[in-house]
Design a protein around this ligand. Structure first.
Ligand SMILES: NC(=O)c1ccc[n+]([C@@H]2O[C@H](COP(=O)([O-])OP(=O)(O)OC[C@H]3O[C@@H](n4cnc5c(N)ncnc54)[C@H](O)[C@@H]3O)[C@@H](O)[C@H]2O)c1
Ligand SMILES: [Zn+2]
Length: 369
């Protein structure tokens, strides 16, 4: 396998094949930017093409994707996998590789991987020589329906997530469920929680997803995100609905980092949405049936999660909520629902009611396995 962050000769790709998928299967790729000039036009304008991916994705898919995108002579940049490498050091290595290959302002970077790669690559591209073009080819469900779309790029810095970044939209986002055949089931379930989020805030059809049919709804989920971002690129209003379930979700995620029971982002959001729906019933007149129906989906969504939440976790989780950057002082703000497809944002909820919503999640045993 190639050294992390080193470019590898494209001919070495022949040694990388790690799956049995026929390359033609990739021709099922769809553009989320359907109405705009396609890949052919983007590639023809590029002076040089670079493919950024990580060490897990490369052995499975790099050969196929380079072939499918007609980028056989592209320079590969393979970085180490995982959030811990979404940092300035990795960005510097990408910049240095681009420089070593004399990339000019017309170079194109293809970010091929999960949200870590699309965030990092988008950031590296949008800052190199004041910005070169990039496209995203997401390989995780989370990246297909969320991270690869919407123009937020970034890296972690000073121990905090996404501290440094830019707003820069990919020229193209190419999506195919083919890549999901090598993604662990736990990560699929985590991505499905984000898809259900779109079901709650925008399109009830997405509430129908299950493990058999979710792939049919991936493009629709991506379109919803694209549409929302188009209307509110800088998150001054509508875009906030994408945070449905995330207020408590982020607090649970941060807390679980300290307890050693890793909670995936989507798993935390799945629990956060229980609290958000409960609060919506209490404060916004949401029909309780929406909450009950969702609760029937939770055992499936959380079937692979490691959950050990108990009453002892209440206080620390509430502390994270109070210190969330989106909450000013003691006032806690949520995205809630009046009905499915009718979200309301900046809803102030008092501390005690928030506490009861968390109690509801824990008392019902959703935080345990
Ligand atoms: N910019 C945004 O709007 C936005 C939105 C949501 C999340 N994010 C960011 O996305 C990141 C998380 O993304 P993620 O969940 O995709 O994680 P990730 O990119 O770290 O991928 C998770 C793991 O799966 C592996 N992997 C990726 N595709 C694979 C495949 N097809 N087969 C086998 N293994 C594969 C990766 O190597 C990695 O080990 C976070 O850094 C988060 O901040 C950004
Ligand atoms: Zn999310």
């Amino acid at each position: 396998m190639a050294q992390a962050s080193e470019c590898i000769d494209s001919r070495q790709r022949t040694n990388l094949r790690g799956n049995d998928i026929h390359p033609e299967a990739l021709e099922s790729m769809s553009s989320l930017w359907g109405d705009e000039p396609g890949m052919g036009s983007i590639l023809s304008k590029a002076s040089q093409v670079f493919i950024l991916t990580d060490e897990n994705v490369a052995p499975f898919w790099l050969l196929e994707v380079a072939h499918w995108l007609h980028c056989e002579s592209a320079v590969d940049i393979v970085i180490k996998a995982g959030e811990e490498h979404k940092n300035l050091q990795t960005v510097q290595r990408i910049w240095k590789t681009l420089m070593r290959h004399h990339a000019d302002r017309n170079a194109l970077l293809i970010n091929f991987g999960g949200g870590t790669v699309t965030d990092l690559g988008g950031f590296a591209a949008s800052t190199f020589k004041r910005g070169i073009r990039f496209i995203n080819v997401p390989t995780t469900l989370l990246a297909m329906v969320d991270a690869a779309i919407g123009g937020k790029t970034g890296i972690d810095f000073g121990g905090a997530k996404n501290q440094i970044g830019t707003f820069a939209e990919a020229e193209e986002v190419l999506v195919t469920p083919v890549f999901l055949s090598t993604l662990p089931r736990r990560k699929i379930l985590s991505g499905m929680a984000e898809m259900l989020k779109y079901g709650f805030v925008a399109d009830s059809n997405l509430l129908e997803i299950n493990l058999e049919n979710y792939q049919e709804y991936i493009l629709r989920a991506g379109e919803i995100k694209r549409e929302i971002v188009k209307n509110d690129p800088y998150e001054t209003g509508l875009r906030k609905v994408l945070n449905f379930g995330h207020t408590l979700g982020h607090a649970l995620e941060s807390h679980c980092l300290t307890t050693g029971h890793l909670l995936l982002h989507g798993e935390a959001v799945a629990l956060g949405m229980v609290a958000a729906l409960w609060l919506s019933v209490k404060q916004c007149g949401l029909n309780e049936k929406v909450l009950r129906d969702y609760e029937k989906r939770l055992p499936m969504l959380l079937s692979e999660a490691e959950l050990h939440l108990s009453e002892a976790d209440m206080e620390p989780v509430l502390q994270y909520l109070v210190h969330d950057k989106k909450n000013k002082g003691e006032k806690l703000q949520f995205v809630l629902l009046e009905a499915v497809g009718k979200p309301v944002w900046d809803v102030t909820v008092d501390h005690d009611t928030v506490k009861r919503s968390l109690e509801y999640v824990i008392a019902n045993g959703y935080g345990k396995h």
